[in-house]
Design a protein around this ligand. Structure first.
Ligand code: ZN
Length: 476
């Protein structure tokens, strides 16, 4: 056991120093490394494999809801950015600009996309003429750049990977329906693939996307009780169609401005997984997106038949569609247990001479550390059942945790003690910006989303009648 404690001590304490725990985990498990330019990250193969699994699951859902993938250029003429006034104001502080290329000063500066509404809007205006061209349902998988002052791997970096959906509709109703549909897709994906419960709802004017009529977000509770915005879906109304001249000839023979939406999630989701499920030993990855779902560790590997049986088991599990690694390195089993636990692999199979004799294998679960014996003859079905039970258990556990940490506040003092205790705080809000700012100043908390039901009668700040019940929290 000495080895165990020595190993665990390499990761900072999750309860007392969560920020350091996070840095230790992302670096030691080789998910990511810092890039040479401040604020950039290198996503290493183990981290990128999680992203690929996220992409695969989301892409399937986008296509099932009628969307197609396309790709638009990284560089956007500066003049495009200034066409929608709120948009340019919101993004100007974080836009990186290219002024020179080919050894010459450019006639017009080009910005590196912080998001693509402006360039996609310009192209849509060219492609859309008639109601027959609608709706347009496109998505792009891309990198974007936002020059951030304080950065942390996956959570906030100047360059990150994401997907951005951009759609155009003939009516307000259709565009609103699309906005809510994609928020629903994100929620279902977070729940079933990331085992991550989220609160979804509308954002306040202060927190909405620059240029949107309304932004809807999903918020997840991290281990320290802070909130992480894990995805957003924006109803853009006619703001961008008017700025970019996206018009169509309707059935009644008149020219009309279209209604647009945009929606996105990013590599931030990897940070969300880490901070939702991680424990003192490191990562705990949900089986659906785990790069390695099962690791096989041979016990007494030199004894006759062990190496062969492990290799054979690996092939069987692979054929059954399970992502499996056989660790036949010359490290000790104890070292391997620690290493793969830190990397968050959902199931570890131990296979030695005694197991082989009994026709069994020992399976250790990463989520609750329980060990179960399964018959070797039924390895495929047994492991699949175990993986889906782990996925279910991880979601249930995170959901219970989040629900037990949503408290209600009737005053600013109660709100402050709520967020100090690592909770989401439900409170009434009159709807004015001054009261929202006051919450930020007094409790360093922001309005995350409107609650599903307006249960609170008065504003937590001014005591006037509440227009909304809002979930307040400190946020990443
Ligand atoms: Zn108020």
């Amino acid at each position: 056991m000495a080895k165990d404690s020595q190993f665990v001590s390499q990761i900072a304490d999750i309860e007392t120093d969560f920020p350091q725990w996070y840095s230790d985990v992302v670096l030691k498990t080789k998910l990511v490394d810092y890039g040479p330019v401040k604020g950039t990250m290198v996503i290493r193969p183990y981290g990128y494999a999680i992203w690929e699994n996220i992409q695969k699951e989301l892409d399937k859902r986008f296509k099932e809801t009628g969307h197609e993938n396309a790709y638009f250029p990284l560089l956007i003429p500066m003049s495009f950015m200034t066409k929608e006034s709120e948009h340019v104001e919101g993004f100007a502080p974080e836009v990186a600009v290219v002024t020179h290329a080919g050894g010459e000063k450019l006639a017009e500066p080009l910005c590196i996309r912080p998001t693509s509404e402006t360039i996609i809007g310009t192209m849509y205006a060219k492609w859309i003429q008639s109601y027959r061209d609608l709706p347009v349902l496109m998505n792009q998988w891309a990198n974007v750049m936002r020059w951030e002052k304080t950065t942390r791997p996956f959570l906030r970096t100047s360059e990150f990977l994401w997907q951005e959906g951009h759609t155009v509709h003939a009516t307000e109703e259709e565009a609103m329906e699309e906005t809510m549909k994609m928020l629903g897709v994100y929620e279902e994906f977070a729940r079933t693939c990331l085992a991550m419960p989220v609160l979804t709802g509308r954002k306040t004017e202060k927190e909405k996307f620059a240029g949107a009529v309304a932004t809807f977000g999903m918020e997840a509770m991290m281990h320290d009780g802070k909130s992480l915005q894990a995805g957003t879906s924006h109803y853009l109304g006619q703001n961008f169609s008017k700025a970019f001249d996206i018009k169509f000839l309707d059935k009644d023979g008149t020219q009309k401005y279209a209604y647009t939406t945009s929606w996105g999630v990013s590599t931030r989701l990897i940070g969300a997984i880490i901070m939702t499920h991680g424990d003192q030993r490191g990562l705990v990855l949900p089986p659906v997106v785990a790069p390695v779902q099962v690791v096989i560790v041979p016990i007494a590997a030199k004894k006759p038949g062990v190496a062969e049986a492990c290799a054979e088991l690996k092939v069987r599990l692979e054929k059954a569609g399970i992502r499996v690694v056989l660790d036949d390195s010359d490290n000790s089993p104890g070292w391997k247990f620690n290493e793969w636990e830190m990397k968050g692999v959902p199931v570890r199979i131990e296979l030695g001479p005694r197991d082989l004799e009994a026709g069994k294998m020992l399976c250790a679960r990463r989520d609750n550390h329980e060990k179960t014996e399964l018959a070797l003859s039924e390895a495929e079905e047994g492991v699949k059942a175990l993986l889906s039970d782990i996925q279910r258990n991880m979601y249930e556990r995170a959901k219970e945790r989040m629900e037990s940490r949503i408290v209600t506040a009737g005053s600013l003092d109660e709100l402050l003690s709520g967020v100090n205790g690592g909770n989401f705080v439900r409170a009434g809000w009159c709807g004015c910006r001054e009261c929202e700012d006051k919450v930020k100043e007094f409790a360093q908390a922001t309005a995350r989303v409107f609650a599903k039901e307006d249960t609170e009668k008065t504003c937590v700040v001014c005591g006037k009648p509440a227009a909304h019940t809002v979930i307040f929290a400190r946020a990443y």
